[in-house]
Design a protein around this ligand. Structure first.
Ligand code: ATP
Length: 570
C-alpha cells in the first residue's frame, strides 16, 4: 500500500470528530486491509509501529525532527524553528516546509507503507556511537520521498503525537464492522463479538493480533490467551462514599482489603522462570526493582503467574510506610539502583492473580483467585504478602476494619465482589474504594508560566486540564503545593525540569506544553466558570503528587468533574 493512501485516511479521521463517522472511515479502511498480510498497518493507525505492550520508543526529539526536515527540504533549521514558534504544531510545520522545499530536491519515488514501517522499526534498535546520524538518515530518507501531507503525518508519528483521534472504542468497533457481517447477526451475537474483540485485546494488548484473529472468526478471538511476560492493562475501580453503598455495589458478603498508598505493579513469571514487572502504564520496570524480582522468586510458589499488587515504600530504619511520592523516584531510576533499594525499600501487597500455572484466571471468581494468592505466597514481612483482608457481610466489622486501615496509616479500604471476574483495562464496579473525604482529581498540565523574583527561571504556575474524549479542557491554574527547595518529591525545580522538554510553544512568560505530566490536585471546591473552556474552575487547588505512573488516558474526565461539581453542591 502507498503511504499516501494511509494519509488520506488519517486526514479523513482528523477532519471528522464524530465517533460514528470515524468508525465508518476506519472500518472501510480495515475492510481493504483484510487478508492483505499487512495487518501491521493498524499500528500506524494508532500512531505506532509496535503493539501497545511494547516499550520500544523512536527516541526522536523535536530538534532532531527539525534537522531531518531541514535536510530533506534544503531549508535552514533556523527558518523551520521560526515557523514552529509561529504554528506550534510540528506536523503543520513539516507540511509547510516540504511544500516550500528547495527546487532541485526532487522526491525520488512514491513512499510505501512498508518502507515507512521498515525505517521506523529500525529506530529503537539503534544504540551507541553515531546513533543520531543514523536516525537522521532513516528519517530524512522517508521525508525526501514524502509529499507535504505525508511529511505532516510522518513527523507526527515520529513524535508520537498523531492526533487523528482513534481511541480504543473506535478501533474495536471498526474491527467488528470490518470483519463481521452485522446485518446477518442477532443483537446478542453482535454483543458477543464486540466483547470477544475487547477481551482478545485485553489479553494480548495488541490490535494487530486482534484484527488478524477477528478476520478468521470469533472462535479465533476466543483462543487469544494471556502470556506471562507480556503486560496487561490493570482493572480499575469505582469510588463510594460509604461502606453501606459499597456493600450495595459489590454485594454481601464481600472481601475488604487495605488500600495501600503505593503504586501498582503487575508481577509476571514466565515458563523459563523469568520475572518481569510492569506498571499500570505497561512500562517495564524490572530493572528498577531487583528487590521485587527476588521476592517473586523466593516467596511465591508457582511455576508461572501474573500477580496484581501494590508496592509501598517504607523507611528502612523506622519501618514507617512512606507516601507514594517517596517511592515514585524508584520508578524512573536508571543508575545506582542497588543504593536506592537499600534507602527506599518496598513491600509488596498482592491483591489479585490473573494467571497461574499455565492458565488464565481472568474468568475465575475473585474468591477463587484470592484463595490461590493465599496458597502460593509465603508471607514475609516488609517483603511480600497477600493484602490484609477480611470477608464480611456486616457493616460493623467493615467499619472496624476501615478504622484499622486508617490507624495503620493506609489510604483506606477496597471492597470487592467475591464472584466477579477480572476485567483488564476496565473501571468497573467489581471493586470499590473508600477513603477519607478529600477532594482530589488527577489532571494534566497543559501550560505553565515562568516565575518572578526568587522563583525566576522556574516554571511556577501551571494550567491544569481534564479530558473530554480526545480533548484537554482547562479547569484552573495552580502554583501551590510545591517547594522552592528540592526535597523528596515535589519542587518547582523538579517540575520545571520535567516540563521543559515538553514545551511546544512560548509566548512571553507563558509556555504551552505537550499534555503529558499528570498531577494529583487537592482542592476545596468546584465552581462553574466562564474563564476556562471546561466550564469549571477549582477553588484553592494544591498539587499533592506528581503521577509519573499515570498517562493522560487516566486523568479525570469532564464527566467526572461534572459529577463532582454536583456532589459538592449538595
Ligand atoms: P487513587 O488515585 O485513589 O489511588 P486510582 O485512580 O489510582 O485511585 P482506582 O482504581 O480508583 O485507581 O483505585 C485503586 C488503586 O489503588 C489501584 O490502582 C492500586 O494501585 C491501589 N491499591 C492499593 N491497595 C489496593 C488493593 N488492596 N486492591 C486494589 N487496588 C489497590
Amino acid at each position: 500500500m502507498l503511504y499516501s493512501q494511509l494519509c488520506e485516511t488519517y486526514e479523513e479521521l482528523e477532519k471528522n470528530p464524530s465517533r460514528l463517522k470515524k468508525t465508518s472511515i476506519l472500518s472501510d479502511f480495515l475492510t481493504k486491509l483484510k487478508n492483505s498480510n499487512q495487518a501491521e498497518i493498524i499500528y500506524l493507525i494508532q500512531g505506532r509501529v509496535f503493539p501497545d505492550y511494547s516499550e520500544k520508543e523512536f527516541g526522536i526529539s523535536e530538534k532532531l525532527a527539525i534537522k531531518a526536515l531541514s535536510k530533506a527540504s534544503g531549508i535552514s533549521d533556523k527558518l523551520i524553528i521560526e515557523k514552529w514558534k509561529k504554528l506550534g504544531d510540528i506536523g503543520q510545520v513539516a507540511e509547510e516546509t516540504m511544500k516550500n522545499k528547495k527546487q532541485g530536491i526532487l522526491f525520488s519515488h512514491p513512499l510505501t507503507v512498508k518502507k515507512v514501517l521498515d525505517n521506523l522499526k529500525k529506530l529503537p534498535e539503534l544504540e551507541g556511537k553515531g546513533t543520531i546520524e543514523k536516525k537522521l538518515s532513516l528519517i530524512s530518507e522517508l521525508l525526501t520521498s514524502a509529499t507535504s501531507k505525508e511529511s505532516k503525518y510522518l513527523v507526527r508519528t515520529l513524535l508520537q503525537d498523531l492526533r487523528v483521534g482513534v481511541a480504543e472504542g473506535v478501533l474495536r468497533e471498526s474491527i467488528v464492522d470490518a470483519c463481521f457481517n452485522k446485518e446477518k447477526l442477532e443483537k446478542e451475537e453482535i454483543k458477543k463479538i464486540i466483547d470477544g474483540v475487547q477481551e482478545a485485546y485485553d489479553k494480548s494488548t495488541d490490535w494487530k493480533l486482534v484484527f488478524e484473529q477477528a478476520c478468521k472468526g470469533l472462535s479465533y478471538l476466543e483462543k487469544t490467551s494471556l502470556e506471562p511476560g507480556k503486560p496487561v492493562k490493570v482493572m480499575l475501580f469505582l469510588k463510594e462514599d460509604t461502606i453501606e453503598k459499597g456493600f450495595e455495589r459489590v454485594g454481601r458478603p464481600c472481601l475488604i482489603d487495605f488500600k495501600y498508598d503505593g503504586f501498582r505493579v503487575m508481577i509476571n513469571k514466565d515458563e523459563k522462570g523469568s520475572i518481569k514487572i510492569f506498571t499500570r502504564r505497561l512500562d517495564n520496570v524490572t530493572a528498577q526493582f531487583p528487590d521485587i524480582v527476588e521476592f517473586a522468586k523466593k516467596y511465591v510458589k508457582a511455576k508461572t503467574f501474573i500477580l496484581d499488587a501494590e508496592a509501598v515504600g517504607f523507611d528502612p530504619k523506622t519501618k514507617i510506610y512512606q507516601p507514594f511520592q517517596a517511592v515514585s523516584q524508584r520508578i524512573k531510576r536508571k543508575y545506582h539502583i542497588e543504593k536506592l533499594v537499600k534507602e527506599l525499600p518496598i513491600e509488596i501487597s498482592v491483591f489479585d492473580i490473573i494467571y497461574y500455572n499455565g492458565k488464565s484466571f481472568l474468568k475465575e471468581p475473585y474468591k477463587e483467585r484470592r484463595k490461590i494468592i493465599e496458597k502460593i505466597i509465603t508471607t514475609s514481612s516488609y517483603k511480600i504478602k497477600a493484602s490484609e483482608a477480611i470477608i464480611t457481610d456486616n457493616i460493623k466489622d467493615a467499619e472496624n476494619f476501615y478504622k484499622k486501615a486508617i490507624a495503620a496509616g493506609e489510604e483506606g479500604i477496597m471492597m470487592k465482589n467475591l464472584e466477579a471476574p477480572y476485567k483488564p483495562g476496565a473501571r468497573v464496579g467489581y471493586g470499590i474504594k473508600i477513603k477519607p473525604e478529600e477532594n482530589e482529581l488527577d489532571l494534566v498540565i497543559i501550560k505553565a508560566e515562568y516565575g518572578t523574583g526568587k522563583r525566576v527561571g522556574w516554571l511556577t504556575s501551571y494550567t491544569l486540564a481534564c479530558r473530554d474524549k480526545n480533548k484537554f479542557l482547562e479547569i484552573g491554574k495552580v502554583s501551590t503545593g510545591l517547594k522552592e527547595k528540592t526535597e523528596l518529591g515535589l519542587s518547582f525545580k523538579e517540575l520545571t525540569k520535567k516540563l521543559k522538554p515538553l514545551i511546544i510553544k512560548e509566548s512571553g512568560r507563558e509556555v504551552e506544553v505537550k499534555p503529558k505530566l499528570v498531577v494529583t490536585i487537592v482542592y476545596q471546591n468546584i465552581q462553574s466558570s466562564p474563564t476556562y473552556n471546561s466550564g469549571y474552575a477549582l477553588r484553592f487547588p494544591r498539587i499533592t503528587r506528581l503521577r509519573l505512573d499515570r498517562s493522560t488516558s487516566d486523568i479525570t474526565t469532564l464527566n467526572e468533574v461534572e459529577k463532582e461539581f454536583e456532589r459538592l453542591k449538595r
